[in-house]
Design a protein around this ligand. Structure first.
Ligand code: FMN
Length: 394
């Protein structure tokens, strides 16, 4: 077996220790019950994948009812959710694997059907540019903003009670935290909008509230932050904005997780900037906090390259759908048998829940490397992937 650095243990400043540096990237299963309670199908899906990994980040969970973005999404919006979340954390905690609950508010990336008749909310009353039928959200009042901030804290408390080892604030993929930071979706004139620093105020308030609760955890606990480095709309978030953002939080949160379809990506907006996005963030986070790199990692050599480019941890998403025993196979020196494609016929055997199977074969078909897909796999180095908030391909 090659001496891969990603198989080495890792310790966060808070004391949380991972047995290796391979992380399961958060992936929504769309398999929770109608009200967001954990279902047995999704417990089985995580149980089939967790054992080899250092840490599993769950699919995203909404912190308030108004924050629901999809049917079948996990919820952490009320105490009723705790017993199911406890089952989920237990299923992940096999073999010492650590469990992180990803939490968010979808903001304008929702609609009145998902919200049972209520209209979506956001920083400003501006619809997302895609899908084309995106609803115009209602701009949140100051009081509502304070309530959502408080709800992130309450969600963190529930994650602690349920036995999770941390929460990840989903500030990426165009959801509410990103909507406040983006000049595209935040055109407020009050203290929650304006210049870059003011547009960051909502994220800062959520981070501080979450950290306040996390500090009370009886066990080592981490608070991570996920960020999308760029938007392609104008106005929109540019790389310099996200680097500024991470610079502001680098001594506050416990890790930063990038969201990109390819770890090799360079700037989508500035073609003169030829340095990888990953290494630009790594220069900033080095000596301050761990950075998670991600995007189209399929082979051990990819995971190695992510760490060599400056990340401390490497996340795998789609590859763990195709190959639940990825780490075990690398450790066993059996890399040749790692599957980089997936047959639709194998999805039951791979414990992929039936609703997720449909979702992967429709909206995400072109990104899954299906053996039956005549299209060559899409390279997300130079374009936003559907799972980053880019356009869905059918
Ligand atoms: C089916 C699916 C569901 C996803 N759901 C989430 C999610 O809930 N939260 C999130 O931050 N990213 C989500 N993503 C994005 C992944 O975490 C990851 O960033 C992306 O797939 C790129 O990594 P990969 O190339 O290893 O798959 C999802 C991706 C897929 C394929």
């Amino acid at each position: 077996m090659v001496d891969y650095q990603f198989l080495n243990a890792f310790k966060f400043k808070t004391g949380l220790t991972l047995k290796n540096r391979v992380v399961m990237s958060p992936m929504t299963t769309m398999t929770s019950f109608y009200n967001g309670m954990v279902s047995t199908d999704e417990v089985n899906y995580y149980a089939a994948r967790a054992a080899g990994l250092g840490m599993v980040i769950t699919g995203v969970a909404n912190v308030t009812e108004s924050g629901k973005g999809f049917e079948g999404e996990l919820s952490v919006a009320s105490d009723e959710m705790i017993p199911g979340l406890q089952r989920l954390a237990n299923a992940i905690h096999q073999n010492g694997t650590k469990a992180i609950l990803q939490i968010f508010h979808a903001g304008r990336k929702s609609n009145h059907k998902i919200l049972r008749g209520e209209e979506p909310v956001s920083a400003s009353a501006i619809a997302a540019s895609h899908p084309a039928d995106s609803e115009i959200p209602r701009a949140l009042s100051n009081k509502e903003i304070l309530h959502i901030i408080d709800s992130f804290g309450q969600a963190t408390q529930r994650a602690i009670t349920a036995g999770f080892d941390g929460v990840e604030l989903h500030g990426a993929n165009t959801y509410l935290l990103q909507q406040f930071f983006s000049p595209n979706s935040n055109q407020r004139n009050d203290d929650w909008g304006g210049n870059r620093q003011k547009r960051m105020r909502f994220s800062m308030a959520v981070i501080n509230e979450t950290l306040k609760i996390a500090k009370k955890s009886p066990r080592p606990f981490v608070v991570g932050y996920r960020i999308s480095p760029e938007e392609i709309e104008t106005p929109g978030i540019r790389l310099a904005d996200s680097l500024y953002f991470v610079d502001q939080i680098k001594d506050l949160v416990n890790y930063v997780h990038l969201s990109m379809g390819s770890y090799k990506r360079t700037s989508l907006n500035d073609k003169t900037n030829t340095q990888t996005i990953l290494s630009q963030f790594a220069e900033l986070t080095k000596e301050h906090l761990p950075l998670i790199g991600v995007g189209s990692v399929e082979k051990a050599s990819d995971a190695n390259a992510v760490l060599a480019d400056g990340a401390d941890l490497v996340a795998l998403g789609r590859e763990l759908l195709r190959e639940p025993q990825w780490v075990q196979k690398v450790i066993a020196g059996d890399e040749e048998s790692i599957r980089n494609t997936i047959s639709p016929v194998d999805m039951n055997e791979l414990a992929i829940p039936s609703v997720m199977q449909v979702y992967l074969q429709t909206a995400f078909k072109s990104v899954m490397n299906f053996t039956t897909d005549p299209n060559a796999p899409v390279d997300y180095q130079n374009t936003l992937a559907p799972m980053e908030g880019g356009k869905k391909e059918h």
